[in-house]
Ligand binder design. Structure first.
Ligand code: HXC
Length: 258
């Protein structure tokens, strides 16, 4: 295909499975991989037949971080001018849902990539951490902000300052991941979840996602106002009429994205 570092697998049910594919480097995020991933998400956003995406890695590693070998000799100006990791910014900005299916190591940029997605489903052997401190640097793709919002200051601070990893079970208890499944069922479970989301009205899913995300950006009053207005606006759609009629008529709704 078109990509060297990821596998882009478009299913016929509106779901895309993206597999990070640099097994020899534990899926370390080099610039080419980031560019490809950004390009893939940009295309998904434009493709009306895609309704949900799963990003996964391998059983050993979701991604063991940014590519240390590629970064090690860069100067400030190299890092600054290249907008290193800028291509990944389309992920948190995407309107369509993106699920991270994490097995094995999700460290540094790998943990940050997973946290850029809408939610994380983890295999029982997943490990999360921000080990940048051990390399003489700090998280640079959102780790200090998103991990802290996800699990709270005390533990996020401890993990960021020690570089220690967190196991899947703790990640679930602390709210970083939505649930844990046996490693070997991870991708299948994530695809099933994506398929369920893809069966609903895609624009309504996008509105729901927008409202949840707004809770991180605004006051409660403003967030509640936005939610109420968007809730009201769904009554201008055919899909809301279809969804509620189907319930009354005891049949499955057939959404038209209208
Ligand atoms: C480049 C990496 C890599 C990385 C692993 N590899 N992680 N290469 N960048 N982040 C390579 C190894 O060099 C090795 O290549 C191969 O992958 C297999 O890794 P091993 O270390 O041999 O595997 P193992 O002993 O099982 O240890 C796994 C590991 C360890 C604990 C995950 O690889 C590790 O600590 N990796 C680095 C984790 C890390 O520090 N991540 C944060 C990166 S900084 P060879 O050629 O020797 O076989 C970051 C910054 C983000 O993410 C923000 C920037 C803006």
């Amino acid at each position: 295909g078109k990509y060297n570092n990821i596998i882009f697998d478009k299913k016929d049910n509106g779901v895309v499975l993206i597999t990070l594919n640099r097994p020899k480097a534990l899926n370390a995020l080099n610039q080419e991989l980031c560019t490809e991933l950004g390009d893939a998400i940009t295309n998904i956003e434009k493709d009306e037949t895609v309704r949900a995406t799963v990003i996964t890695g391998s059983e050993k590693a979701f991604a063991a971080g940014a590519d240390i070998k590629e970064m090690s000799s860069m100067s400030f100006m190299d890092v600054y001018k290249s907008g290193l990791f800028g291509p990944l910014e389309v992920i948190p900005r995407a309107r369509k849902p993106i699920i991270a299916a994490v097995n094995g190591y999700a460290l540094g940029g790998g943990c940050e990539l997973a946290m850029m997605c809408d939610f994380i489903i983890a295999g029982d052997k997943a490990k999360f951490g921000q080990p940048e401190i051990k390399l003489g640097t700090i998280p640079g793709i959102g780790g200090t902000q998103r991990l802290t919002r996800a699990i709270g200051k005390a533990r996020a601070m401890e993990l960021t300052l020690t570089g220690d990893n967190m196991e899947a079970e703790e990640a679930r208890q602390s709210g970083l991941v939505s649930r844990i499944v046996p490693s070997e069922q991870l991708v299948e479970e994530a695809l099933k979840t994506a398929q369920k989301i893809a069966s609903y009205s895609s624009p309504i899913v996008q509105l729901a996602k927008e409202c949840v995300n707004k809770s991180f950006e605004t006051t409660l009053t403003e967030g509640l106002n936005l939610e109420r207005r968007i809730f009201q606006s769904t009554f201008a759609t055919s899909d809301q009429k279809e969804g509620m009629s189907a319930f009354s008529e005891k049949r499955k709704a057939s959404f038209k994205d209208e």
